[in-house]
Design a protein. Structure first.
Length: 624
């Protein structure tokens, strides 16, 4: 794990929610000669982990890029003051007070077109001009060389130096020159659960005989091993129906709430509604009848993206589980690139048809350049000032120190943004009557067990991508917001992650239909399941109480114990059987164990935040 600090500016931002060590774009710029300025927030030095980069040669000249050229917003000091004070204004007021001037946007768009870029749009509220073009065009326009770059298992391109632009056009940052931090959803672990046959099945009240391969309808019903690594073990729980989420969280009061809840990803599964209703029929739960979507035409950046269809189904069905009468509005970005996902978020915020937005994706914060951090935050700030709550998963790689894909220890972005609500994860074991047997933070320590009858010879191993547990920790980029001061552990000066948590461990996950047949129903999981669950609870609360607020995180820190379940432990007590590894060894996971530096416990912690939402007190108390 390589640790580097962002070193791109001379002074720290003094606003309540600033980028620490990253000055405004104009403050960071230095002269480049001939009336040019260098954008220090958009080059290699603006990426905290740049010291770990391995150069792999010149980027292909014909490779396509999608970029966002940033220009100043108006009345920035007033905007920051209103954010610090928790103000909420109308979208029209926001545009009148803060949107970039048409003249500034046109100047940048005209310059970009002359340089050979294709201008694909402008957004005055976000202060961006969106363009596409080749690597060769970018190299020439910005007087740099884009290089193929690797960090552990990640591959992308980064600029070899800070981009240079004419001082007179007013560009303050460029997002999209760095593709190392392309967003990704946590991959879905579709556990092959096998339920006991209904005909002739005998209910069990204790552990089943050895080699029982069935999933458990409740914790401890079945267990395939007799050599127990942990005191209290079970086979993976069978997928929990949507009604279980309502019961576990006491969200019966959300049943008739009618918010419009947004989901952002990229691409689109045209069968999302069909799949949701396959699950509804199989579980005798309400069908999904109110669904709409805004899907952008995929661009060339989509070739670098992971398929988002599984994540889309997970997000839609998890949202629907909590708020079955909500209107779900799905936004599919043109790709997983920062510039494209931020553009789709900006479209959703400008459209202003939703009260919450759920984002189930992220990237290591230390791989994101400062301009991209700021570009996303502009839109998140607009959302919170106009009454939209953005809810983001903390990702599933713990503190990133044990994930061989990218060993850049830290937190994920955009979960680390002070303008979103960051959602961590839990594991919940259920009783035979459907209640909670235990609730622990989602942290998984993985083992190989050669002989199911004994623990002799067991060795710890890597469980697979995004199997480590909920992300969390302390941001290296963002100052601690006032609403966290005195409430969090680990830092008194920097943003801490997460704020809250919900069900995430695939071992105890909700049922998700990943395709149009009941055979494709499997366990969901990950903090990408937790985020839409929490977003639906926040949206239902806003619908019930008619309270108008943006970022829900400050409101969470005002709630008492009646509205939040503190997740205290124990650790090292529960273990799950996941089946077998490829070589036949038993696949065992420590549930709520400690694979890295993150720990859950009493009070705020870096796995579950303040804890889980709890019942009617949460629905009626949030924002009060």
């Amino acid at each position: 794990m390589k640790r580097r600090q962002i070193a791109v500016a001379t002074v720290a931002v003094t606003t309540a929610f600033g980028l620490v060590g990253v000055g405004s774009a104009t403050a960071a710029n230095g002269g480049g000669g001939n009336g040019d300025v260098k954008l220090a927030n958009s080059g290699r030095s603006a990426i905290a982990a740049n010291g770990a980069f391995a150069d792999q040669g010149a980027a292909p000249a014909t490779a396509s890029l999608a970029l966002a050229l940033q220009v100043p917003l108006r009345n920035e000091n007033i905007r920051q003051t209103m954010l610090a004070n928790g103000a909420v204004i109308s979208p029209a007021q926001y545009a009148r007070m803060f949107a970039s001037s048409p003249k500034d946007l046109k100047k940048v768009a005209d310059w970009a077109a002359k340089k050979g870029f294709t201008v694909t749009g402008t957004n005055a509220n976000a202060g961006t001009v969106s363009v596409t073009g080749s690597v060769a065009t970018a190299n020439k326009a910005f007087k740099l060389k884009l290089r193929k770059t690797a960090v552990d298992g990640r591959r992308g391109i980064t600029p070899d130096t800070d981009p240079t632009v004419p001082a007179g056009i007013g560009v303050t940052g460029i997002s999209g020159l760095n593709t190392l931090a392309t967003f990704a959803p946590p991959p879905q672990q579709k556990i092959a659960t096998k339920k006991a046959p209904k005909t002739g099945a005998v209910p069990r009240t204790g552990a089943a005989p050895a080699q029982n391969q069935y999933c458990s309808d409740f914790w401890g019903q079945n267990l395939a091993v007799t050599g127990k690594k942990y005191p209290n073990m079970s086979n993976v729980q069978c997928p929990l129906p949507p009604q279980a989420a309502v019961s576990l969280y006491g969200m019966q009061g959300a049943a008739n709430a009618t918010p419009t809840l947004g989901i952002l990803l990229w691409g689109d599964d045209p069968n999302a509604v069909t799949n949701a209703n396959v699950l509804a029929k199989a579980t005798n739960s309400p069908p999904l009848t109110t669904y709409s979507k805004v899907v952008e035409r995929p661009n060339n950046n989509m070739n670098r993206c992971e398929d988002g269809s599984g994540e889309q189904n997970l997000d839609v069905q998890s949202t629907h589980a909590i708020a079955p009468k909500a209107n779900i509005r799905y936004y599919g970005a043109a790709s997983c690139a920062f510039s494209d996902t931020t553009a789709s978020l900006a479209k959703a915020v400008n459209e202003h048809k939703v009260t919450t937005m759920s984002l189930s994706f992220g990237a290591p914060e230390k791989l994101v350049d400062s301009a991209s951090l700021s570009g996303f935050n502009r839109v998140a700030q607009q959302a919170t000032l106009t009454g939209i709550s953005v809810v983001v998963c903390s990702m599933d790689s713990g503190d990133y120190s044990t994930d061989p894909g990218v060993k850049v220890k830290g937190v994920a972005f955009p979960a680390s943004s002070p303008f979103v609500t960051a959602v961590g994860g839990t594991a919940v074991g259920v009783t035979q009557t459907g209640g909670r047997l235990f609730t622990v933070g989602w942290e998984s320590k993985w083992w190989r067990q050669p002989n199911p009858g004994t623990t002799a010879g067991m060795t710890q191993t890597y469980g697979g991508q995004n199997s480590i547990g909920a992300g969390g920790g302390v941001s290296s980029a963002f100052a601690q917001p006032g609403w966290q001061k005195g409430r969090v552990k680990g830092s008194t000066t920097m943003r801490a992650v997460p704020d809250v948590a919900a069900l995430a461990d695939p071992l105890t996950g909700l049922a998700i239909a990943y395709g149009p047949s009941e055979a494709e129903i499997a366990n969901g999981g990950g903090t990408s399941q937790a985020a839409p669950l929490v977003a639906a609870m926040v949206g239902a609360s806003k619908s019930i109480t008619k309270r108008n607020f943006g970022n829900a995180a400050p409101m969470l820190y005002r709630l008492g114990s009646a509205a939040l379940l503190d997740v205290t432990g124990p650790t090292g007590t529960y273990g799950g059987w996941y089946g077998t590894w490829d070589d036949g060894a038993q696949r065992i996971a420590g549930v709520g164990d400690t694979p890295d530096s993150l720990r859950f416990g009493a009070g705020w912690d870096n796995v579950t935040g303040l804890g889980e939402p709890k019942g009617q007190a949460f629905l009626t108390g949030l924002g009060g």
